[in-house]
Design a protein around this ligand. Structure first.
Ligand code: NI
Length: 182
């Protein structure tokens, strides 16, 4: 498979809630999961992204991949994958510019918590529990939102949304024409 088509804003799958992966009963599907994660990473790199959620490639399962490109405080460089990620606590506030592979050419400043605590599973189904801040926290928050059908434009002020209205309409039109696939 390799690179997967990215679903663009307007595709209803981006508004759906993804389902948790069941490791206990789903062990047989491990090779499928590994392949999917590999393909998600390839897709993310091809789009020059630093994070991607499974909804964005049309899969309603709670999987995200992240690669910040270079080491950041508290995190080494390299690809990461989190299964069933959950934010268990949040603190502080930070404003950063965000983009999203499902919104080509759209960027906007978004206010989010600055420090978070996350629980997740790794590809083997092993429990992870860690803290994140800075860019790492930002990407985790953005990607975990995707799994709940929440998009970064949902946080924009009415004024900023108004400014982006035509661009968003254009994307919706494109998504409808292509059945959402890019
Ligand atoms: Ni996104």
């Amino acid at each position: 498979m390799g690179r997967l088509p990215i679903r663009i804003y307007g595709d209803e799958i981006l508004r759906k809630k993804a389902e948790p992966i069941d490791f206990v009963n789903g062990e047989l599907h491990k090779s499928r999961l590994e392949k999917l994660v590999e393909d998600m990473l390839e897709t993310m790199y091809a789009g020059d992204g630093i994070g991607l959620a499974a909804n964005q490639v049309g899969v309603l399962e709670r999987i995200i991949v992240i690669d910040l490109g270079e080491a950041q405080p508290g995190i080494e460089s390299g690809p990461r994958c989190y299964i069933n990620p959950e934010i268990v606590s949040r603190a502080g506030v930070d404003v950063m510019e965000e983009g999203c592979l499902s919104f080509p050419n759209i960027h906007a400043e978004v206010k989010r918590p600055s420090e978070i605590e996350v629980k997740a599973l790794d590809l083997e189904g092993k429990s992870l529990h860690f803290q994140a801040d800075g860019l790492f926290a930002r990407v985790l928050l953005h990607e975990i939102d995707h799994l709940d059908g929440v998009l970064f434009i949902d946080y924009l002020s009415p004024m900023k949304k108004l400014l982006l209205r035509d661009q968003l309409k254009e994307l919706e039109k494109r998504a409808q024409m292509s059945g959402g696939r890019e």
